[in-house]
Write a new protein. Structure first.
Length: 265
């Protein structure tokens, strides 16, 4: 009844099914690992944001310091005076609504004399054109106390941003302390501070960057379950097709035998 399974067509079908099963299982585990990584990232960010703030230079005390993952988003404080002469903007950055503009980055000379920190003061809209420096609220004068989040230097390799030369004056593609140290001749502590609050509060300032969303786990677990359900459906589907063809062949054989029977005289 099932001898048709040995035909070329069915052997190819079953071979494809056998190849699909391990592939879909692997895809399911891939999505599971992405889910686990997302959950671990959210937990890390949540812990970093809720831990008591510490002075920035207690974590990054030297130029070139590479901020590790467990310190990224760490709540930090800094006290000092802004250096508006070396302020710059970072191109093609979006606000919470997806509008394209600039990040405003201003160096802060720490009051304890331990160095200078880049501070991302927030987002501003584009001005008259990409070649013009955008309208930027002035950095507060005098000594200020900041709270914010520690961030690692951006790099072309990690960000996927292309390294483009010939940009307008004081416009850059990345927030990178090594690049800015060469540009300004100032020794900068590694990483940078993403501003959350300023004391005393300025009358006008760029749009502050909101905290990262660390509650959304994404759809990866649902995708993993879908792949594994599809895995289970493959042999079931082959069995259903085989049963259907077996019934069709049996029906065709019965009809052929009926037609072949002699008609009584």
């Amino acid at each position: 009844m099932y001898r048709f399974l040995l035909t070329r067509q069915w052997l190819i079908t079953m071979l494809i099914a056998l190849l699909l099963i391990p592939a879909t299982i692997k895809l399911g585990f891939w999505q599971l690992h992405r889910h686990e990584a997302r959950v671990a990232r959210n937990e890390l960010i949540g812990k970093a944001l809720t831990d008591p703030p510490v002075p920035y230079d207690a974590l990054s005390s030297t130029p070139g310091f590479a901020v590790p993952k467990d310190l990224t988003w760490r709540a930090v404080t800094a006290t000092g005076e802004y250096d508006p002469a070396h302020e710059f903007v970072v191109r093609k950055r979006t606000d919470s609504n997806g509008s394209i503009g600039y990040f405003v980055v201003t160096p802060l000379k720490l009051s304890d004399g331990k160095g200078t920190v880049l501070v991302n003061r927030g987002w501003v809209a584009s001005g008259d054109g990409a070649t013009q420096y955008p309208p930027v609220p002035a950095a507060p004068a005098g000594e200020v106390a900041l709270t914010g989040r520690m961030r690692a230097d951006e790099t072309y390799g990690a960000s996927g941003i292309k390294d483009r030369s010939g940009l307008p004056d004081r416009q850059f593609n990345l927030i990178n302390t090594e690049e800015q140290a060469k540009e300004s001749g100032t020794a900068l502590l590694g990483g940078y501070l993403e501003l959350a609050a300023t004391t005393p509060a300025p009358a006008d300032q760029p749009q502050l960057i909101p905290e990262p969303n660390h509650s959304d786990i994404g759809p990866h677990m649902a995708y993993a379950i879908q792949w594994w359900l599809f895995t289970a459906m493959i042999p079931v589907g082959v069995w259903v097709l085989a049963r259907r063809e077996a019934k069709d062949r049996a029906k065709q054989t019965g009809e052929a035998e009926t037609l072949a029977e002699p008609v009584p005289a």
